[in-house]
Design a protein around this ligand. Structure first.
Ligand code: ADP
Ligand code: MG
Length: 238
């Protein structure tokens, strides 16, 4: 478990195209923080900077007490799940989940951990199946299992449910938050869906055009939106 601190974070692509502006935000230890905003507002860019997949143009990024601006992604103790996830089609569910442990030379510890993660994700009866024989929701759970099997300090998710049909998406919201609470892993979850944000987040950070508008609990965002954009976006009556 670890907290994340963004202090004056900025991002520009090339010279003039500034997509994140002087953004400061603390994600608390063990918190489920949702980053929400319209398409193109910079959510993925911000998440990719936390993951180390994108250079930071300005400001300081801390994970725990450690400044990680220039730390390699693989040394950040982070796992990331994307909207489009690729499982290894020729491998069973078991082997897909075990893969990161084997790559890290942890094959000896793997079996117990794979079974623990599978149980958490309700995949135990499916361990021998191949991805082709799973539903969309089951595949997404395998992708999450693979991401969390190494017990990351930080879990980053970029619209992980948006490829699922509506019914499954609603069902998976509860599963993802339950899983996060069980494991207690500090999580930043990106979505453009305000209902998803308001139902899943311990706190919700609202982003518009690369500017952070407000960070608060769903209840407080709803009853005390900081401005008209936040009020309209989350559908509060204010
Ligand atoms: P979101 O995830 O909120 O939809 P993004 O972070 O993907 O938004 O994009 C934010 C802005 O940055 C958009 O205007 C997008 O066009 C731009 N952008 C994203 N990636 C690049 C890139 N590699 N080069 C140039 N511009 C980019
Ligand atoms: Mg995005």
């Amino acid at each position: 478990m670890s907290s994340i601190s963004l202090n004056g974070i900025a991002k520009s692509y090339g010279g003039d195209l500034k997509v994140i502006h002087d953004l400061s935000l603390d994600v608390r230890d063990g918190e489920f923080l949702v980053l929400v905003g319209p398409s193109g507002c910079g959510k993925s860019t911000l998440l990719r900077m936390i993951a180390g997949l994108e250079d930071i143009s300005g400001g300081t990024l801390l994970i725990g007490d450690r400044k990680v601006n220039n730390v390699d992604p693989k040394d950040r103790d982070i796992a990331m799940v994307f909207q489009s996830y690729a499982l290894y089609p020729h491998m069973s569910v078991y082997d897909n989940i075990a893969f990161p442990l084997r790559m890290a030379g942890l094959a000896r510890e793997a079996d117990a951990r794979v079974r623990e993660v599978a149980a958490l994700l309700q995949l135990t009866p499916l361990l021998e199946r191949k991805p082709a024989n799973l539903s969309g929701g089951q595949r997404q759970r395998v992708a999450m299992g693979r991401a969390m099997v190494r017990k990351p300090a930080v879990f980053l998710m970029d619209e992980p449910l948006s490829n699922l049909d509506a019914k499954l998406r609603v069902q998976m919201r509860a599963e993802v938050t339950r899983l996060q609470k069980d494991q207690g892993v500090t999580t930043v979850y990106v979505t453009h869906d305000q209902v998803e944000a308001m139902t899943m987040g311990d706190r919700v950070a609202v982003l518009k055009g690369g500017h952070l508008q407000q960070v608060d609990t769903p209840q407080a965002l709803y009853s005390r939106p900081a401005n008209a954009f936040v009020a309209t976006f989350i559908g509060s009556p204010a």
